[in-house]
Write a protein that binds this ligand. Structure first.
Ligand SMILES: O=c1ccn([C@@H]2O[C@H](COP(=O)(O)O)[C@@H](O)[C@H]2O)c(=O)[nH]1
Length: 282
């Protein structure tokens, strides 16, 4: 099944656009998990077991594992989701991008080693750096477009003057590429930060129903109501709204998984209260 179809099924079965980012930071773990074999995996496992019915996807961020040489715990986390909750798509947040021969290795990392359903990629090096990912037609390729961070505008808002475009900002040009030339396998998605509702609305008008991964809800302060209104598709989907720290570290005591569930439930409900189909159902 293609990633987009898997995502649509997950939106339906979970009735949720919420994605939980798995960014395990041991300094914020409860004491009982502060050390010990497989403690990162065990933390993730508790979060996943407590929240699996509330999410449309999980998004592990690779840096939180590789910085500690804990790639095997990332493998184990993904395998755990796949065997216990196989209907939930897993997105590897790795923001890869390099010359074609190296990109091919990154493709193997994401789709062969970790067996994820989708991966984030950096479009800065152009089509040949992204094509090895796009060739995997059943996998999702999520292209950075307008990222959530404050510095995003420094490059992404620069206006183009030498393309066939009409002086539009770089992020809009990326959106056009992702919706046309790069989407030959219909497996492109875009990263649109939750901190930029106006830009989300603009890009929605460029790319039709293409799904957006929307990080920046929660700790980065993205306003969920504005984002859902700006980015949802007519059927009240189209968004994978991701939050990490605000859910993972709602408590650093023994009740951390329960507290994560409470936060996730509140965020899911806040998102749903602005969705088209929920608004019309009232
Ligand atoms: O534009 C982007 C792209 C990716 N991220 C990643 O999402 C999470 C956000 O974590 P929070 O704790 O919810 O702020 C993190 O893994 C980033 O690397 C992003 O923030 N913005």
């Amino acid at each position: 099944m293609s990633f987009i179809k898997q995502l649509q099924a997950s939106w339906q079965s979970s009735d949720s656009l919420l994605c939980i980012g798995l960014d395990p930071d041991m300094e914020r773990f409860p004491k009982s998990l502060a050390s010990g074999a497989d403690n990162i995996f065990r933390f993730n496992q508790a979060i996943i077991d407590a929240t699996h019915d509330l999410v449309c996807a999980y998004k592990p961020q690779i840096a939180y594992f590789s910085a500690l040489g804990a790639e095997q715990q990332l493998e184990k986390t993904i395998a755990y989701i796949k065997s216990n909750y196989p209907h939930i798509p897993v997105i590897l947040d790795a923001k890869r991008g390099d010359i074609g021969s190296t990109a091919t290795q990154y493709v193997k990392e994401a789709f062969v080693r970790y067996q994820v359903d989708a991966v984030t990629v950096n479009p800065y090096m152009g089509f040949d750096s992204v094509k090895p990912f796009l060739d995997y037609q059943d996998k999702g390729v999520i292209v950075l477009c307008k990222t959530s961070n404050e510095g995003a505008s420094q490059l992404q808002e620069v206006r183009l003057q030498q393309t066939d475009s009409d002086g539009e900002p770089v992020y809009e040009y990326i959106a056009q590429l992702a919706a046309t030339e790069w989407n030959f396998n219909h497996n492109c998605l875009l990263v649109m930060g939750a901190t930029w509702p106006e830009q989300v609305a603009k890009v929605r008008s460029i790319v039709g129903d293409m799904p957006f991964l929307v990080p920046g809800a929660g700790a980065q302060g993205g306003d969920v109501g504005s984002i859902v209104k700006a980015g949802q598709t007519a059927d009240g989907t189209g968004l994978i709204i991701s939050a990490s720290r605000s859910i993972l570290y709602a408590s650093n005591h023994a009740d951390f998984a329960e507290a994560a569930r409470t936060q996730a439930e509140a965020l899911k409900q806040a998102i749903n209260s602005h969705r088209n189909k929920h608004a019309t159902a009232v």
